[in-house]
Design a protein around this ligand. Structure first.
Ligand code: F6P
Length: 324
C-alpha cells in the first residue's frame, strides 16, 4: 500500500476531524501518501482530491464537523456512479480507502468492494451509536453531553413553571442517545425504538409521579420510537389524560451533531484512525475497526451494519429505580 484515500460520509459527527488527523498522521508515520477526498463518496465521483500531509491536519483535533465535508451521495448509490469513482481512484493511483461514517457508508463500501475488489477500512463515525462491532461510535459521547446539557437547561425552566417537557433526541432507529442521556439527565421516562409499549409505560409513570408529589418532569423521546405518534401528538394525548398539566415540547435537532468533541471522542478517533491504517498495513480488507472491551478490534462490514442492538435492560432497571 503506497497511497491511501480518506473520506467522511453520511451525517457528520464530532470527532471526525480528529479521526482524519489520526489517519493522515499514521500515513506520514508509516511513509504512505495520503489523499483527502471531499464530500464523501461524491468526491470520488467528482475527482475532488487533495494531498494531505502531517501539517495539513494541524489544529483540527478540537474542531467539530469535518473539514473534508460530508455528503449522502445519490450518485454513488448507482452502479455507474461507483464505476466512475473507481476510475478516478485508479487514475490517482490510490490503493486503498479509509471511510469514516455509519451504516450507509459501510453499505456503500460493501457494494464498491463487490464490484471493484477495492481495499477499504471503515471507522464508525455517527452520533447514533448504532453500529455493531464497537462499543462506541465517534461523536456519540459528545452528542450525549450536548443533550444532557440541553436537558439540564430545560429542567431549570420546567421546574420554575411546574411543567412537563417532552424532549426529542436524535438516534434514527437506535435508542442509545435517548436512553443514556435520559438516565444522565434524570428523565422521568424514556421512549426508544427498540421497545414497544412506550406510551403505556409513560402513562403509568405519569400516574405514579403525580401521586408521589412530583411537580415537573422531563420525558425523553427518541426520534425513531415506534408509538406511531409524533412528539406533538404525544403531548396532545398526555394533555387529554392530564388536562391540568402544562406541557411543552422541545425538539433538540441538529445541535446534537455539532460542537467541540469531548476528550473521549478525540481519544476514540485517534485510536481508530491509527487502527485503520495499521489494519490496512496488516493486510486486513473490508472490515470496520472498532473498540470493544478497551481493545481496537475489527469486524466485517456485514456484521457492523447487522441492525438493532439489544436493549440495555440494566439501564432500564436503573431508570425505574431512580425515578421512584
Ligand atoms: O445519523 C445521524 C443523524 O443525525 C440521525 O440521528 C438523524 O436521524 C439523521 O442523521 C438526520 O439526518 P440529516 O442531517 O440528513 O437531516
Amino acid at each position: 500500500i503506497k497511497k491511501i484515500g480518506v473520506l467522511t460520509s453520511g451525517g457528520d459527527a464530532p470527532g471526525m476531524n480528529a479521526a482524519i488527523r489520526a489517519v493522515v498522521r499514521s500515513c506520514a508515520y508509516y511513509k504512505i501518501e495520503c489523499i483527502g477526498v471531499y464530500r464523501g463518496y461524491q468526491g470520488l465521483i467528482d475527482n475532488d482530491f487533495e494531498e494531505l500531509t502531517a501539517r495539513s491536519v494541524r489544529n483540527i483535533i478540537n474542531r467539530g464537523g469535518t473539514f473534508l465535508k460530508s455528503a449522502r451521495s445519490k450518485e454513488f448509490v448507482t452502479k455507474e456512479g461507483r464505476a466512475k469513482a473507481y476510475e478516478n481512484l485508479k487514475n490517482a493511483d490510490i490503493d486503498a480507502l479509509v471511510v469514516i461514517g455509519g451504516d450507509g457508508t459501510f453499505t456503500g463500501a460493501i457494494l464498491f468492494n463487490e464490484e471493484h475488489n477495492f481495499p477499504i477500512i471503515g471507522i464508525p463515525g455517527t452520533i447514533d451509536n448504532d453500529i455493531n462491532g464497537t462499543d462506541y461510535t465517534i461523536g456519540y459521547d459528545t452528542a450525549l453531553n450536548t443533550v444532557v446539557d440541553a436537558i439540564d437547561k430545560i429542567r431549570d425552566t420546567a421546574s420554575s413553571h411546574d411543567r412537563l417537557f417532552l424532549v426529542e433526541v436524535m438516534g434514527r432507529d437506535a435508542g442509545d442517545i435517548a436512553m443514556n442521556s435520559g438516565v444522565g439527565a434524570g428523565a422521568e421516562e424514556i421512549l426508544i425504538p427498540e421497545e414497544d409499549g412506550g406510551v403505556d409505560r409513560l402513562m403509568a409513570s405519569l400516574k405514579k409521579s403525580a401521586k408521589s408529589g412530583k411537580t415537573s418532569s422531563i420525558i425523553v423521546v427518541a426520534e425513531g420510537e415506534k408509538s406511531g405518534k409524533n412528539i406533538f401528538e404525544l403531548a396532545e394525548y398526555i394533555g387529554e389524560n392530564y388536562p391540568d398539566y402544562d406541557i411543552r415540547v422541545s425538539v433538540l435537532g441538529h445541535i446534537q451533531r455539532g460542537g467541540v468533541p469531548t476528550c473521549f471522542d478525540r481519544v476514540l478517533s485517534s485510536r481508530l484512525g491509527v487502527g485503520a491504517v495499521e489494519a490496512l498495513l496488516r493486510g486486513e480488507r473490508n472490515v470496520m475497526v472498532g473498540v470493544t472491551n478497551k481493545k481496537v478490534t475489527s469486524v466485517d462490514f456485514e456484521v457492523a451494519i447487522k441492525g438493532q442492538r439489544p436493549v440495555d435492560n440494566e439501564l432500564r432497571r436503573v431508570l425505574n429505580i431512580t425515578t421512584v
